[in-house]
Structure formats: structure tokens, C-alpha cells
Write a protein that binds this ligand. Structure first.
Ligand code: GLN
Length: 450
């Protein structure tokens, strides 16, 4: 713990952490040391973990990187956090993110951007940029992030680490601050497939505090590791390897696919025909859900209240106007628009129908293949400021990740080398609903053998 705390200080300029629990972490480490000696320690004894600052840790700040929650203190632990603590993980602090997890670069944080440790002029990806950097720079062993449209996988790709988005409902959302409730899921980052599997094992499973958490048995994820890929059917969707994808990323992924083939996997070209609708469908639905979820920040119940208000109405308007950043406001306006009378049918309802079609593309594909392999992002880490004045450009960088959340399936980012600028390249492995085991199996096989 002391070593990690020193490193967190040393790399403070990366701005990965929004709070660090120095004394608490050391105290907990001493306690766990005793437990280890007496043979009563939990499954994650001594694992040092960082938590994205939109996931509640009791008695600590949970800012969501927003001014509106700058001084908000959590009253309880998120279920995922509760389960980590029960297995004796040590929480070292809370990590930076795009405000309310809205973004792809961690530049939308009220507390300033997080820097990519591979090139400090570049973004770490987002929205869980702080968690990805914590793991990549060795500031913690593992980290939790949240993924609504790629926020675990894309920063994992930009920072060269493993990051898993579980099936929707696999991990309880209780204590995760809502962005788009039918998309959001908590998941782990790690420097190995095994670390990711260990954390998932502990946080997965039904929770009566979250009615959307699935009541399904959680398999032994470690039993999927150290396996081969003989006979495994791998789908390669043609739509994910076309224009806009950097050549070096394409080549790196093709090498991994060849390697799987050489080791007995059956590679098949497949089609996900509604791919072109991924981005518009995603951004209509998540902004609609966000506009509704963020209505609770009214200056009365949570966080910031404007000191300049002279009436109730002004309290609402000023607290929200002063408390939210520009991207959050943009999404509240977009979402309110697509839900408004007269536009609801044309946008929101239609997008829901397209969501179903996108999900059915995956259902059909998984009748013939066990996993689907795609790039995680069309580019490696981009420069800070490169996309900030063009929100559409920023949204388009999510092209390969949002469909996974629209369909509710699990996916992992696997680091597969570096481009000629020395920046990490990420590959995405997508699995069937509730089949995290198989994507961990493929990830682990490549990690050990490639
Ligand atoms: N970049 C996507 C967005 O801005 C995904 C964010 C996320 O997964 N939280 O919505």
C-alpha cells in the first residue's frame, strides 16, 4: 500500500485520482496482514483497487467529476464495493472520469483532464480514464470502472490494459450513479486477464437492491483460464474493419486472428447489418435516459445549490446552470428534446426499435459463433483538445463499443501491442449474454501464448 501511495504522489501530474485514502488504506492493510496470519483472509486479500468516482464508497466523496456533486459524501457502499471489502480488497482512492461518465476522453471532468501515461499530451480515453491510468501506471493493482457505451473498454485500449464490460445485469448497479440505466454496468480493469477474472468473480451476482441485476448463478471464472482455443468459433464482422479504422490497428488484430486460427479456432466472416445505426441509436437513447436520471440534481436534494437564487424556480435553474458542465447540459437538452411530445415517436420510440434490431444482429451471429472479435476503437489515443470542439467527432470514436451496450452483451479489451507512435492498441472480444467465461478464456489464451 505504501508503495502504491508513493507512486500516486509521484505521478500526481497524471490527475488519475480525485481522492486518495491514505490512512484508511494503511490501516486496512495492517488488519488484513493479521487476517492472513490467522488464515481468515478473504479472496482478494491485499489487492489494492481504485474506484471510479461515480461509484459510492461510504463516508467518502462521490463527485462524478461534477461541480454539482463536488462535496457530496456517500451514505453507503455500492454493492460492488461492499463485496470487494468483504473479500479484503484495499480501496486506495477514487478516480477521475468524464462528468457523470459522459465522454470518451476524461476531458469533461470538472477537475481537469487525466493524462495518458504513454504520452502525456494525449487522452487516456474515457469516461473511466482515471481507472485505466491507475492500472496502467501501477498506481493500483486493479480498478473499477463503469461502461455505458465503452467507458471501460476504450480507456483500457488507450492505456494498454485489460478492461471488461460484463453482461448488463451481471453486476449490481446499486451505488453506481445513474447515467443511462438500461446501459450502465460496473466492471474491472487489470494488468492481466486473471486479475480481471478475480474481481469479476467477487462483484458479480444477484443483488436484491437492484431489480435489474440478474438472478443467475455466477460460474467459476478462473476455471476458464489456462485453456486452449481448439474448435472455438470466432466471428469477424466485416462492418467493423472498414473505413475509418487505422491500418496499424487492423494489422495488429489480424495477427491475433491468424494466431487463433493456427491454434485450432474456426474463423468466420460475419455481418452485423445494422452497424451503421449504432451511434445515432445509442446517442438518442442514452441522452433520453440521462435527461431523466439527472433531473434529481435540483439544488434541493443533492449537492450544489446556487447561492444566487431568489426564488424556488431560480434555485433550480441557477443550481443546474452553474453546477453542470457543457457536455452534460448538451445531453440533457438532446434527451429532453427526443422525449418531448411530438418528437418521442420519431426519435425515442424509433431508436428503441432499432436497438432491438441491433440486438437481434448479435443473437443471430451467436447462433454460429462463440465470440466476436473487433477493434475496440478506430484510433489509438488522440491528442488532448483534438476533439473537444466537435462533439460529433468525439461521439464517432465510440463506433465499435456502443453496440455491445445496446445489445447488453459482455466484452473485454485485450491489449495487442503498440502502433509506430508507441501507443497501445486494443482489441475487443465480445461474448454471448452471461458468457463472460468464454471471452476471458480467449483473452487469457492470447495473453499467455501470443
Ligand atoms: N463515450 C460514451 C459516451 O460518451 C460512453 C460513455 C460511457 O460508457 N460511460 O456516452
Amino acid at each position: 500500500v505504501k508503495k502504491y501511495l508513493e507512486k500516486i504522489k509521484k505521478y500526481q501530474n497524471l490527475n488519475a485520482f480525485l481522492s486518495v485514502f491514505e490512512e484508511k488504506a494503511i490501516k486496512k492493510a495492517v488488519e488484513i496482514d493479521e487476517k492472513i496470519k490467522s488464515g481468515t483472509a478473504g479472496k482478494l486479500a491485499g489487492m489494492v483497487i481504485a474506484i471510479k468516482d461515480n461509484i459510492c464508497v461510504k463516508d467518502e466523496r462521490c463527485t462524478c467529476a461534477s461541480k454539482i456533486l463536488e462535496n457530496f459524501i456517500s451514505l453507503y457502499n455500492a454493492t460492488a464495493v461492499e463485496r470487494l471489502l468483504k473479500e479484503d480488497a484495499i480501496i486506495i482512492g477514487k478516480t477521475n472520469l468524464d462528468e457523470f461518465a459522459m465522454g470518451s476522453s476524461t476531458e469533461n471532468s470538472y477537475f481537469g483532464p487525466t493524462l495518458n501515461p504513454y504520452d502525456e499530451e494525449r487522452v487516456p480515453g474515457g469516461s473511466s480514464g482515471g481507472s485505466a491510468v491507475a492500472v496502467a501506471a501501477g498506481l493500483s493493482t486493479t480498478a473499477l470502472g463503469s461502461d455505458t457505451g465503452g467507458s471501460i473498454r476504450q480507456p483500457a485500449a488507450f492505456c494498454g490494459v485489460y478492461g471488461l464490460k460484463p453482461t448488463y445485469g451481471r453486476v449490481s448497479r446499486f451505488g453506481l450513479v445513474a447515467f443511462a440505466s438500461s446501459f450502465d454496468v460496473i466492471g474491472p480493469f487489470g494488468n492481466s486477464t486473471k486479475d480481471v477474472a478475480l474481481v469479476l468473480q467477487v462483484i458479480a451476482g444477484h443483488d436484491e437492491n437492484d431489480s435489474t441485476s440478474a438472478n443467475m448463478p455466477v460460474p467459476d471464472y478462473l476455471s476458464y483460464l489456462d485453456k486452449d482455443v481448439k474448435g472455438l468459433r470466432v466471428g469477424i464482422p466485416v462492418e467493423y474493419f472498414s473505413e475509418g479504422l487505422e491500418d496499424e490497428i487492423k494489422e495488429a488484430i489480424e495477427k491475433q486472428i491468424d494466431f487463433l486460427r493456427e491454434n485450432g479456432a474456426i474463423i468466420e466472416k460475419i455481418s452485423l447489418p445494422h452497424t451503421e445505426y449504432n451511434i445515432p441509436t445509442y446517442y438518442i437513447l442514452v441522452t433520453a435516459e440521462a435527461s431523466s436520471n439527472l433531473a434529481r440534481y435540483d439544488g434541493a436534494r443533492y449537492g450544489y445549490r446556487s447561492p444566487n437564487a431568489k426564488s424556488l424556480y431560480e434555485m433550480y435553474v441557477k443550481s443546474r446552470s452553474e453546477g453542470f458542465g457543457p457536455e452534460v447540459k448538451r445531453r440533457i437538452m438532446l434527451g429532453t428534446y427526443v422525449l418531448s411530445a411530438g418528437y418521442y415517436e420519431a426519435y425515442y420510440r424509433k431508436a428503441q426499435k432499432v436497438r432491438r434490431l441491433i440486438k437481434e444482429d448479435f443473437d443471430r451471429a451467436f447462433e454460429n459463433v462463440d465470440v466476436i472479435i473487433t477493434p475496440t476503437s478506430p484510433t489509438t489515443a488522440f491528442k488532448i483538445g483534438e476533439k473537444t470542439d466537435d462533439p460529433l467527432k468525439m461521439y464517432l470514436s465510440d463506433i465499435y463499443t456502443v453496440s455491445v451496450n445496446l445489445a447488453g452483451v459482455p466484452a473485454i479489451n485485450v491489449p495487442v501491442g503498440f502502433d509506430s507512435k508507441g501507443l497501445p492498441i486494443g482489441m475487443q472480444i465480445i461474448g454471448r449474454q452471461f458468457d463472460e467465461g468464454t471471452i476471458l478464456r480467449v483473452s487469457d489464451f492470447l495473453e499467455r501464448n501470443y
